[in-house]
Design a protein around this ligand. Structure first.
Ligand SMILES: C[S@@+](CC[C@H](N)C(=O)[O-])C[C@H]1O[C@@H](n2cnc3c(N)ncnc32)[C@H](O)[C@@H]1O
Length: 415
């Protein structure tokens, strides 16, 4: 290890457990978009971790702070990786203050890095904001009493981040090791209207079984998120490799050299994208954005980009996967009629291309799957922020579901 490259040089506080705090195994709470917890759990298991889905948006595991670094680097569907630092019973504001002050913050926080406190839930009738403020005061008082100094506090996640999770009388204090959510991969240079969150695009691809095993086309690609995430999965590219900043970098004992080694090891596992990937959009500005993003993501050469109307999307190859995210009327205009016309056009396009591949449509409209007129292989729900979406999976190559295709728009029942 080159000490000069490790920027955490603050000495351990006398009597503190120092790096032992970092090395301790604790509960991990890994958060994700609603609907993706089973996919996230599979991802955790694939990197050798236990995983229990405890909420629709949270999977629990166990590990050290170093394990958290690895998970921030490798998990595609995770939003944040939280590491449990302490828990206690609290029935009042005074209990909260006492409990937080009783934890050894000097073992994990640095006085030269700002910290932020966020309350995910709060008890004893306190607002989340009030609970976060009281927690911040208790941490500051603890640090001042142990080290004679306290770190600045901030309202932005650019330093260390502490999360309060207080449900009934149980108060849990986590270190958020991610800070800025992991959907910010670092490649989005340009956005278009209604871009898909990177973690959601990756989660839908993984949940549908995409591992880079077939050609893939992403018509209506917008800023290219689906095609880029598909290329990264095919290339085994770790989703955190481009990010320069994670909250764990502001914790005591962070070893910049070890982190660089970790990144290098992940990069060494990359392989060329072995299948054709096509991304197209009718809007030239969207394709320009997708190109800039693909270049920043290092997969410009792996993605064939084209300005094309849906029906003219360049073919990707036999047995291709088609992954589409049509506009959601409520976000970027367009009424239900227009959305129905778009879904019907997607159905015609997919039937014309059907040759044994697969289609995955991420639709913000819950009753549109019949409009596509193909036999549904699987339907599941994900949330893009507050928007409930359906992931519709179709096998291409089976006989078209003519009864559904022929049914009128008025006759769609909820699906
Ligand atoms: C919701 S956006 C896709 C966003 C994309 N998933 C992303 O992450 O940026 C829908 C896209 O469909 C494109 N589009 C709409 N109608 C189209 C058509 N008939 N043919 C091709 N593209 C179309 C729009 O230009 C828009 O970029």
């Amino acid at each position: 290890m080159n000490a000069h490259r490790s920027h955490n040089t603050e000495p351990a506080a006398a009597g503190s457990s120092g790096d032992a705090g970092r090395a301790g195994v604790a509960a991990l709470a890994v958060t994700c978009a609603r609907g993706l917890a089973p996919v996230l759990a599979d991802e955790l298991r694939a990197v050798g971790r236990a995983a229990v889905v405890v909420e629709e948006t949270c999977v629990e595991s166990r590990g050290t702070l170093a394990d958290c670094e690895e998970l921030n680097l490798r998990l595609r569907t995770a939003h944040r990786v939280l590491w449990l630092w302490g828990e206690f019973e609290a029935g009042s504001e005074a209990d909260l203050y006492r409990g937080v002050k009783g934890l050894a913050w000097e073992d994990v926080l640095r006085t030269d890095r700002p910290f932020m406190v966020r309350a995910a839930s709060s008890g004893a009738g306190m607002s989340e904001r009030a609970a976060a403020l009281r927690t911040k005061d208790a941490i500051a008082d603890r640090m001042r009493s142990r080290l004679g100094r306290r770190p600045d506090s901030t309202s932005k996640p650019h330093g260390a981040v502490v999360v309060v999770h207080w449900v009934a009388s149980r108060c849990r204090l986590f270190l958020d090791t991610s800070g800025v959510p992991l959907s910010f991969r670092g490649y989005r240079r340009r956005a278009v209207a209604a871009p898909l969150r990177e973690t959601l695009a990756a989660g839908v691809l993984l949940g549908a079984g995409w591992r880079g095993q077939a050609p893939l086309a992403n018509p209506m690609c917008g800023s290219g998120t689906i095609a880029i995430e598909a290329a990264w999965i095919a290339a085994r590219r770790a989703p955190g490799v481009l990010r320069r900043s994670f909250a764990f970098m502001n914790l005591r004992g962070f070893d910049a050299d070890a982190w660089e080694d970790r990144r290098r090891r992940a990069a060494a596992e990359e392989r060329p994208v072995g299948v054709p990937i096509v991304a197209a959009d009718v809007d030239g500005a969207a394709v320009a954005a997708a190109r800039a993003n693909a270049r920043a993501a290092g997969v410009e050469d792996a993605i064939r980009l084209a300005v094309a109307e849906l029906a003219d999307t360049p073919p990707a190859g036999r047995g291709a996967w088609y992954v589409l995210n049509p506009a959601w009327g409520m976000r970027i205009g367009g009424g239900e009629e227009e959305v129905a016309v778009t879904h019907a056009a997607i159905g015609r396009f997919l039937r014309a291309r059907a040759d044994g591949g697969r289609a995955v449509v991420i639709s913000g409209h819950l009753r549109m799957s019949r409009r596509i007129g193909l036999r549904l292989a699987r339907r599941w729900t994900v949330f893009h922020g507050p928007v409930e979406c359906r992931v519709l999976e179709f096998e291409l190559g089976g006989p078209p579901d003519r009864s559904a295709a022929a049914s009128g728009f008025e006759r769609y029942g909820p699906v």
